[in-house]
Ligand binder design. Structure first.
Ligand SMILES: [Zn+2]
Length: 95
């Protein structure tokens, strides 16, 4: 990124740089690594976005399964987690 011009002591950025920073921030929040973000900004956007959306779907499914396992364990009346007969079920379904 080029150094910002200073006007009255304040940095003044070119609008295209602000757009670039906004795009980088958005990509980061969507889970893109810096290397992926670099490629994303270089081109091939549709394919990379679709791939990341697929990765997020897989993570959502995994986290949903984990949450359901916790809910099953929480709903169980066992005194201790180690004594819970649902541990095996919860462990298997979380994979
Ligand atoms: Zn139990």
């Amino acid at each position: 990124m080029p150094a910002a011009e200073r006007v009255a002591g304040r940095r003044v950025y070119d609008e295209s740089i602000l757009d670039r920073l906004a795009a980088i921030s958005l990509a980061k929040r969507a889970g893109f690594t810096l290397a992926e973000t670099r490629l994303l900004l270089a081109g091939g956007r549709a394919r990379r976005l679709a791939r990341k959306a697929g990765e997020l779907d897989a993570r959502i499914a995994e986290l949903t399964a984990r949450k359901q396992s916790l809910a099953r364990l929480a709903a169980c009346g066992c005194k201790s987690l180690l004594a819970c007969g649902r541990i095996a079920d919860a462990t298997l379904s979380a994979r």
